[in-house]
Design a binder for this molecule. Structure first.
Ligand code: G16
Length: 539
């Protein structure tokens, strides 16, 4: 019943910041998923006794890809697959299941925050036994394999019914279909003070959680409405749909428009939050108030003592280089370890495994802790609710108090999308060459203190990674340039700006960053090279 099928390589199966991300139509090409999966299996080698998690965010093509993966796993000798009922699993719940079951890894079928549907994007995230994304040393080997692949193995069998919880077999392989929600909910109950949050809702506190028609709907309904007692209807867009109902499931001020409009209206509930396609990103809002992900990381870290699971102490905190410096001041005040890593959650994993950090976060709406090895959208929302429940303060009050205590890092990200790869690569290469000449240079009142590529030397595995170009000014303001690693076509240039203030705490970020934006645009010759006078997306 095991067939060996001849195939020819695709040349574009290199994983980016988080797994393989492609247009759905690319992934739908003959043998595309099969080549990629066989390359992973070939790279792992002996699969006997191995256990993997499989699930996805429910986007278009999930159902077909899952069946291919099941049949290929059975044909390649995998001992067991743990699969979310109906093929659903959020990225954080998947990481938890890998860790809890001491599985050897997992495959989460998602292009995360990218739109879905036949004309949208599809992706496969590959986690190893750490419960986090496989490191570049492994993904590079897989890529090499995809370029040489000649055949793949697949079990010739009818599709597996994924709708019933329980155990079944395909050949010698065990398939265990699990409720994707229960274990995750239990873990959240162990971390946070659910009684305090229940009391908060009983007192009349209101919230809106936008699941953006993606995977977190069932998790959010169970936790916020059924267990914590948020009023029915607090969770919206809760049904995962193959095309996310036309929504772009990226929880930011642009794409979570329905939520943002409500939160900035006079009808705003006390608290607003959204998650992305696969449930690892989060956005936090108060009444007419937005918390940047960089500030959110700093505020959560500063308040760790309010959370049952962390109150005995935390190891340290890490952020990606592109994230604002806000959390660095908190780390200093609490005298805990502090690390800066390249963009990509996988770079936090060694720091968590070696007990160097407990919390980590990124500007791209990701926050998390060492409870798993992925960022966790619902965890971040519960953390905020727990702080609010204990302090009795609003999102705005908590944030303003934080700025008064630590100062404020005004922070914004400017994305220039759909640039040709050649233009983007040349822009970055030329800028890198120019950086040494910028050292010590004055731009109006700003003086460059350091201009260099960001290079990370991992203290655990001693690998070295270069990611992005950084211009730092004497007053602590910074410009970071990097190319996105999660797109599915062309290139996106991201320009991250920050400016630190201790007095003027309530200004418009765009106004505060205007001069630095001009320096950033001119230094990299963005308009001349891309033809764009301004960014396509500003967050
Ligand atoms: C992925 C990674 C994140 C990273 C983000 C950056 O997020 O898991 O760690 O911050 O990509 O994306 P880019 O390279 O486009 O700036 P996700 O939510 O897409 O898995």
């Amino acid at each position: 019943m095991i067939k060996t099928i001849a195939t020819t390589p695709y040349t574009d199966q290199k994983m980016g910041t988080a797994g393989l991300r492609k247009k759905s139509k690319v992934v739908m090409q003959p043998n595309y998923v099969e080549n990629f999966m066989q390359s992973i299996f070939n790279t792992i080698g002996d699969l006997s006794g191995k256990v993997y998690l499989v699930g996805g965010d429910g986007r278009f093509y999930n159902d077909i890809a899952i069946q291919k993966i099941i049949k290929m796993a059975a044909a390649n000798g995998v001992a067991k697959l743990i699969i979310g009922k109906d093929g659903f699993i959020s990225t954080p719940a998947g990481s938890h299941i890998i860790l809890k079951n001491k599985a050897d890894g997992g495959f989460v079928l998602s292009a995360s925050h990218n739109p879905g549907g036949e004309n949208g994007d599809f992706g496969i995230k590959y986690a190893n036994e750490s419960g986090g994304q496989a490191p570049s040393s492994v993904t590079d080997k897989i890529y090499q394999n995809t370029k040489e692949i000649k055949e793949y193995k697949i079990f010739d069998a009818p599709d597996i019914d994924l709708s019933k919880i329980g155990t079944q077999k395909l050949g010698d392989m065990v398939i265990e279909i699990i409720d994707p929600v229960t274990d995750y909910v239990n873990m959240m109950q162990e971390i946070f003070d659910f009684e305090a949050i229940k009391k908060l809702f009983r007192s009349g506190f209101t919230m809106r959680f936008d699941a953006m028609n993606a995977v977190t709907g069932p998790y959010a309904q169970r936790i916020f409405e059924e267990i914590l007692g948020a009023p029915k209807g607090s969770v919206v867009n809760f049904r995962p749909l193959p095309d996310f109902g036309g929504l772009h499931p990226d929880p930011n001020l642009i794409y979570a428009k329905e939520l943002v409009d409500l939160m900035f209206s006079d009808k705003a509930p006390d608290f607003g939050a959204a998650n992305d396609g696969d449930g690892d990103r989060n956005m936090i809002l108060g009444k007419k108030f937005f918390v940047t992900p960089s500030d959110s990381l700093a505020i959560l870290t500063d308040n760790y003592q309010l959370i049952p699971a962390y109150k005995k102490g935390i190891f340290g905190v890490a952020k990606s280089a592109a994230t604002s410096s806000a959390v660095s001041r908190v780390a200093k005040a609490h005298n805990i370890g502090y690390y800066e890593v390249p963009t990509g959650w996988k770079y936090f994993v060694n720091l968590m495994d070696s007990n160097r950090i407990t919390f980590c976060g990124e500007e791209s709406f990701g926050t998390g802790s060492s409870h798993i090895r992925e960022k966790d959208g619902i965890w971040a929302v519960l953390f905020w609710l727990n702080i609010i429940a204990v302090t009795g303060k609003s999102v705005e009050e908590i944030t303003l108090e934080h700025w008064k205590k630590y100062g404020r890092s005004y922070y914004m990200r400017f994305d220039f999308e759909g640039i040709s790869t050649e233009v983007a690569d040349k822009l970055m290469a030329d800028l890198e060459e120019k950086l040494p000449s910028l050292n010590g240079r004055n731009f109006g009142t700003y003086k460059v203190s350091k201009a260099a590529p960001f290079v990370y030397n991992d203290p655990v595995d001693h690998s070295s990674t270069k990611n992005g170009l950084v211009i730092t000014f004497e007053d602590g303001s910074r410009i970071v340039y990097r190319l996105s690693g999660t797109g599915s076509s062309g290139a996106t240039l991201r320009v991250y700006l920050e400016k630190y203030e201790t007095e003027a705490l309530l200004e418009d970020p765009l106004k505060m960053l205007k001069d630095i934006l001009e320096i950033a645009m001119n230094t990299a010759e963005i308009s001349q090279r891309t033809g764009k006078q301004k960014a396509d997306v500003i967050t």
